[in-house]
Ligand binder design. Structure first.
Ligand SMILES: Nc1nc2c(ncn2[C@@H]2O[C@H](COP(=O)(O)OP(=O)(O)O)[C@@H](O)[C@H]2O)c(=O)[nH]1
Ligand SMILES: [Mg+2]
Length: 225
């Protein structure tokens, strides 16, 4: 039997090693402070969103198996840019990850907050090629008002087939039973999206998320064999 990691055809679940290999190809593509500065992308784009400090940068770095890809900010709220990362072999980009600015950071001025909520909402509603959203949430806080507002914004697109995953981060801070409870509560509120636990520290859920994102980026097109 071959031990070579095998990326299967569209729609099928790749093995964990292949999915992680794909994730590891992540490299910085570009950054933009405003929506219209983002390049048009012809491959599926997957957006990472969440409150600042939810563990977004750490999650992206963990998936990519790179320490500094997404800057795990020591100053939450300061990364007010949309950062794009390309996935796939060099010269054969087959997906893009978008790291959106975290929201809910208290020390950001009200006008900055409002500006960013608008940029975020516009992005989520109108970005062409947006294929899926990963909403990161610290399960000790649960889905907050701002998360709920975001859910409302994306609900119509999710109903039209946009993929949606709520990732409960820092699972290592919870006991098994707290994890189970957080999962079931969040599932009730996730508007039909998937909910998973994740720990960058314990590498919990990492392979599964990589496999899921691979699947999102390589959908089965009707009529294709
Ligand atoms: N225990 C634990 N801490 C984490 C985990 N992921 C992130 N953190 C910590 O949470 C804080 C915020 O993480 P960061 O990735 O910068 O959050 P972001 O603002 O959403 O990008 C940092 O101190 C991280 O070290 C995790 O899986 N387990
Ligand atoms: Mg960050």
């Amino acid at each position: 039997m071959s031990t070579t990691p095998h990326a299967p055809g569209p729609g099928a679940l790749p093995d964990a090693k292949a999915a992680m290999g794909w994730m590891h190809t992540a490299r910085f593509l570009t950054t933009a402070a405003q929506l219209h500065q983002l390049p048009a992308i012809t491959v599926p784009e997957i957006a990472f969103v969440g409150r600042s400090n939810a563990g977004k940068s750490t999650c992206i770095n963990t998936l990519a198996q790179q320490r500094q890809l997404a800057f795990a900010s020591k100053k939450p709220g300061r990364t007010q840019h949309i950062n794009l990362f390309a996935l796939g072999k060099q010269g054969a980009t087959d997906a893009v990850l978008a790291d959106l600015p975290g929201y809910g950071y208290a020390a950001v001025s009200r006008s900055d907050k409002q500006r960013w909520q608008q940029v975020m909402a516009n992005y989520l509603v109108s970005r062409q090629g947006l294929t899926g959203i990963v909403l990161l949430c610290d399960p000790r806080l649960g889905l907050t008002e701002l998360d709920e507002a975001l859910l409302e914004v994306v609900r119509p697109r999710v109903e039209q087939g946009l993929k949606f995953l709520v990732l409960l981060t820092k699972a290592d801070k919870l006991t098994r039973s707290e994890q189970a409870k957080a999962l079931s509560i969040t599932r009730l509120n996730a508007g039909g999206g998937e909910v998973r636990m994740f720990s960058a520290l314990k590498k919990q859920g990492v392979d599964e998320v990589a496999q899921l994102l691979w699947q999102w980026a390589h959908p089965v097109i009707d009529g294709e064999s």
